[in-house]
Ligand binder design. Sequence first.
Ligand SMILES: Nc1ncnc2c1ncn2[C@@H]1O[C@H](COP(=O)(O)OP(=O)(O)O)[C@@H](O)[C@H]1O
Ligand SMILES: [Mg+2]
Length: 387
Amino acid sequence: MSNNIIQIKIEVKKPGLKRKLDEIIHSVEGMHVQMSHDTRRAGLLIFELGDDIDNEFQHIRSLLNSDAAAEVFLISENSDPAVLMQAIKTGAKEFFTLPLKEEEVKQALKELKKKIKRANRRNSPKIGQIITVVGSKGGIGTTTVAVNLAVNLAQKKSVQSVALIDMNMMFGEIPLFLEIKPGYHWGEIVKNISRLDSTFLMNTLTKHSSGVHILPSPGSLNGSASAVPEMMGHLTGFMQKLFDFVVIDAGQSTNEISLKILEMSDNILLMSLLSLPCLSNANKLLQSISDLGFLPEERIRIVINRYLTKSEISLHDAEESIHKKIFWTIPNDYNTTMSAINNGKPLSEIASKAQITRNLNDLADTFAPKEKNQTTRWWEILKTKRR
Ligand SMILES: Nc1ncnc2c1ncn2[C@@H]1O[C@H](COP(=O)(O)OP(=O)(O)O)[C@@H](O)[C@H]1O
Ligand SMILES: [Mg+2]
């Protein structure tokens, strides 16, 4: 998404410093260094102070005041208090001394990126996160994870709304997992795509007692005959505007529609077991997704289900075979997962204390915004008052 790229203007004097900064910036995704003649507004100005400090600060202030640059990082050999004071007054967000510490700069860039992203989210209409759960094989717990992730997210205080879409054509099982009797499936929405508005959509979704809004898949192939990737893309994009999270059970499918959904995803959870066939499939899938270049490597997350510490294949072996870090492991617990499925209930309802339930709740925490801890905040205030 090119409009999310942060433009960086660099004004430095020392030979080599520009190249060093270019390298660091290049290693942080989503940033672009402007050419010297680029007059576009910069999200960040990186400026090296020299000998003519007063004039240089004047120049920086004029760039900030005219909004030619939104933020400024300073680099200087001179870190005496007077210079630091000026830097603070000017509103510099960071002050780096030479020689430059690569990690420090990288960290500051990442922080800035987060800050800009938060501000963009606040200013733009709601755009939820799409999390797609995709299996490297059938029967490995893709639906279990998608369903419980959606339910757990819906139960977080910081999350207001969650939708769950079943993309398993014909063999969608979400209604069974959550014991609901849906009136509609997405095949019907796609048939009437020109009528799609929020009222129509909300009327077709089925609300589970956890708060999750469910959109099942067509139970037969003819129900989705007219579904083309663009329409599913449009529908998913529309849902993204109404929900904080859109969790998608993509099953094991790699058809055109799933590709469209993978392309739109903010995060992909690629499910695998620690078995050779599964890892081999995961490898192929991972490679295909990377080749398509849909989303940065770190947004494709490998999840190992049914994990046993004494497995013949270690996590390390698995990581070597797929050339990627494993993001999450879910413990093996057939009885609890099966009991949840057979009762048509989420794990949090059937076995709230079980290790697997807590594990999947922690997985949801990695996506949900942090909840503000009121107790701690008041405690902090009291502590400072007592002093
Ligand atoms: N962590 C786990 N440990 C043990 N069994 C599991 C686990 N997760 C899922 N299962 C079992 O695997 C089977 C398939 O689960 P399901 O979620 O339907 O997978 P998929 O959607 O990949 O076909 C179910 O019987 C379920 O109980
Ligand atoms: Mg399934």
